[in-house]
Design a protein around this ligand. Structure first.
Ligand code: GLU
Length: 307
């Protein structure tokens, strides 16, 4: 290595659960996929608790997630980063974007946006029609802060899902960085923290695919490097709905750790012998460390589990 240059990490991955409930099978898949991609490349694996949306946090859920990860045999590098303690860092970034004229205040209520929007956004909401882009209308007070988006295409090549391009202005509109309730938005927090933690590789569920161009645009506005992305298929129930608290996905049972890890590996296309599910998590990890094949992961956005 050249003297005097800081060591650039070759691979630094992360898992970033939101403590809105206990870990379920869908979040285990993301944890297993990001962990093995990191560890089999000699990379680091960091843990971040995405508790920025404080009204959604469920008391005790974060501690329960950490205990489950430990019981399942995950070992993370360094201390856990808690987004609820990062308001100062997010505020500084918002200030910088504001000074650069890239972020602007918005007075619109949800109802006003619903009444004036002309098209749906990629993630199911409404594309912001740009009402406050040229300044707050007279007599109106600021509610949220939004980021001005690119007029052209924002694209990236996902390691699993291939190329994805969005026309942010059309497909999303200027998006929220700080919400009307004063909380920082996930999109801002995740980008600031991925950069602060030096994350080079993001492996997460394909439910976040549509958010990625927004995150890349924000990275570009801030002069951050864009990490590599791999979006894993999400686990859906027999009705095709993503497993989540809303669809009442069951919590993972700590006593079933080896069996659940085997299920997660099979979901990710890894031919792990079924009998390992009756043993200890350490034996499943030993098999996975020796046999993990990224190329075997199904290149799908969603896979339904049998009922
Ligand atoms: N906190 C997000 C979630 O639990 C994950 C965000 C990410 O991995 O970028 O869905």
């Amino acid at each position: 290595m050249l003297a005097g240059l800081p060591a650039v990490p070759r691979y630094r991955g992360r898992f970033a659960p939101s403590p809105t409930g206990p870990l379920h099978f869908g979040s285990l898949v993301a944890a297993v996929g990001s962990y093995l991609d990191a560890r089999t490349q000699g990379g680091e694996w960091l843990l971040r608790m995405e508790d920025v949306d404080t009204p959604r946090n469920v008391p005790g859920a974060a501690e329960q997630i950490l205990a489950t990860l430990e019981a399942f045999g995950f070992a993370w590098d360094g201390p856990v980063l808690w987004q609820s303690q990062r308001a100062a860092a997010y505020g500084e970034v918002l200030d910088a974007l504001r000074r650069a004229g890239q972020a602007y205040p918005c007075a619109c209520s949800r109802k006003e946006i619903a009444d004036s929007a002309t098209r749906p956004a990629v993630d199911g909401g409404l594309a912001y029609p740009g009402t406050c882009r040229a300044g707050l209308p007279p007599g109106r007070a600021e509610r949220a802060w939004r980021l001005r988006v690119a007029a052209g295409e924002t694209a990236f090549v996902d390691r699993l899902q291939g190329r994805l391009a969005q026309l942010l202005e059309h497909d999303v509109g200027d998006f929220v960085l700080r919400r009307a309730d004063g909380l920082f938005a996930y999109q801002l927090a995740v980008v600031v923290d991925d950069a602060a933690q030096g994350i080079t590789d993001i492996v997460r569920g394909a439910d976040l695919l549509a958010s990625t161009p927004r995150q890349i645009w924000l990275q570009q506005c801030l002069g951050y490097l864009t990490p590599r992305y791999a979006h894993l298929p999400v686990a859906a129930n027999a009705a095709g709905e993503k497993l989540s608290k809303q669809t009442l996905a069951p919590a993972l049972a700590a006593g079933e750790a080896a069996a659940e890890l085997v299920r997660a590996l099979r979901f990710l296309g890894q031919p792990v012998p079924a009998e390992l599910g009756r043993g200890r998590p350490a034996d499943v990890w030993a098999w996975a460390g020796a046999h993990w094949q990224f190329a075997a992961i199904p290149r799908q956005r969603s896979i339904s589990l049998p009922a």
